[in-house]
Design a protein around this ligand. Structure first.
Ligand code: PRE
Length: 293
């Protein structure tokens, strides 16, 4: 069967940069929402989904994590970390008057990454949330008569014929996003283009009931086995206030002893544990052709 890679589209998104860094000539299909892309993998319409999971400045992409927790058939099989450079861009007809734009369009995460710039340079200009930075660039390109700008990457500017009027407007220079590759089966996906940086195992844990010290017990199961954790995040279980899942990233490949035994210990405490995946992670260098402006 032909392999199709789904991603948060349209062309020109950061997710597309992640896709191009991991895959070669396979067919790629952009989706207008993260759940739609995950559904397409579960229905067998596409083979892989590449989606943003976490950003340095804005934190977790909640819709990805929440849907991944609900979509029990999906596994994380790989991860690529991409440097994020946000630029302000307008239609070429509006370059001279860019500082007088009446609206800024982008993905909510991209807008949040540029708060200081917007507060200082485009005072009181309304921001509008779009399904992705690429969708925002496409919208600005299709509406030259409107005095508006998009926040997006340089590939979006090229793709939609926009002019970059302010480069690197993100508030913190160390801006990276983790993109995960999802598949129905626990297949291996190694990149032959990027250098492997390490391995992670991601698990979700729900605690049995609200009792003192249960999170402490969970963390101890990892701590005394010397398992290093690189992320812990709580998300609501949506069953009532105070009910949470924890997502934990263990900085290690699934083994035969340590991680399985930690899971057994947690289960004996009454926790429900699900392994989301054990996968290699890669760093996109960002200084090659793809990210230079
Ligand atoms: O809109 C895009 O370009 C995306 O790929 C989405 C997304 C996100 O969801 O955080 C990805 C990376 C950036 O942090 C900003 C937006």
């Amino acid at each position: 069967m032909k392999e199709i890679i789904g991603y948060l589209g349209p062309k020109g998104t950061f997710t597309k940069i992640a896709v191009d860094s991991m895959f070669n000539g396979e067919e790629k299909q952009g989706f207008s929402s993260i759940p739609a892309c995950m559904d397409a993998v579960m229905n067998g319409e596409i083979t892989y989904a590449v989606l943003p999971l976490e950003n340095t400045i804005e934190g977790t992409v909640n819709v990805t994590l929440d849907y991944l927790i609900q979509a029990k058939e999906l596994n994380i099989i790989s991860e690529v970390i991409v440097p994020i450079r946000q630029h302000l861009m307008v239609h070429p007809d509006n370059v001279e008057s860019w500082s007088e734009v009446e609206g800024v369009y982008s993905h909510s995460h991209a807008i949040a990454q540029c708060h200081s710039f917007l507060r200082n340079e485009l005072v009181n200009v309304p921001t509008h949330s779009m399904t992705s930075t690429g969708a925002a660039a496409e919208f600005v390109s299709g509406n030259p008569d409107q005095h508006i700008a998009a926040i997006a990457n340089h590939l979006a500017a090229k793709e939609y014929g926009l002019s970059i009027v302010k480069k690197d407007i993100h508030d913190f220079q160390n801006n990276h996003t983790r993109f995960v590759v999802l598949h129905k089966d626990n297949v291996k996906l190694a990149s032959n283009k990027l250098e492997e940086k390490g391995y992670k195992t991601s698990v979700t844990i729900s605690l049995p009931s609200d009792r003192p010290g249960s999170l402490h017990q969970v963390l101890s199961a990892f701590a005394w086995r010397d398992l290093n954790l690189s992320k812990i995040e709580s998300r609501p279980r949506k069953t009532g206030l105070g009910n949470y899942y924890f997502m934990i990233d263990i900085e290690q490949k699934m083994d035969d002893v340590l991680i399985p035994n930690a899971i057994k210990e947690l289960e004996s405490l009454g926790c429900t544990v699900r392994v989301l995946g054990s996968y290699p992670y890669y760093l996109h260098s960002g200084n090659g052709v793809t990210l230079a402006v």
